[in-house]
Write a protein that binds this ligand. Sequence first.
Ligand code: SF4
Length: 217
Amino acid sequence: MAAAHDGIERPGAAQWVPEGADTAALAAAAAQCRGCELWEPASRVVFSAGPPSATIVMVGEQPGDQEDRRGMPFVGPAGTLLVQAVRDAGIDPTEVYRTNAVKHFRFEQRGARRIHKTPEAVHITACHPWLHAELGDLSPKIVVALGATAGRALFGRVVRIGAERGRVLEGAIPDSPALSLLTAHPSAVLRMQRDPGYDEAYAALVADLRTAAAAAQ
Ligand code: SF4
């Protein structure tokens, strides 16, 4: 049982995950999940999008404000950048299965605004049974971890994007035969939009996605 930051013991998602379910059934069941405290202030669970037959699976951090409102992953500004980067890498975005390490939006309310808060290890652990079940139902050739939270959820350890990104890994995801690759989260690239290093950061993301696409052939 995991203790959330407010000190209340919560069970994690396992008891809400139907055994042997496909991704559609998992998505439906996740709406009932109370495995950590994030369900309560969020509008809805945001599970996944894309075809279960995908050879490329991309895992992000958590839904953002737009995703929480619309119930779809990767539909906010970072998602728009990711779609462009996926296209620039020669991948059809509609052929990618997209999901997140944590399925509810974690935020801090400041007036009318909801400010993104990075999920803590306790949230990643609590939500992991959903990701584990998804990967059990899917048969991707490669799983792309977008950012440190996704990397930690998939590999079960703290990752360093700068040192580890862009390499195709075998056997890095416990209990999954899929290859994997770690890269930056598109929101990290988006935050650099007014910086001189933006073009380089965007090109690095595209290059990593191209490497993943080649490994998925
Ligand atoms: S974030 Fe994950 S574990 Fe927490 S309530 Fe939502 S689905 Fe359940």
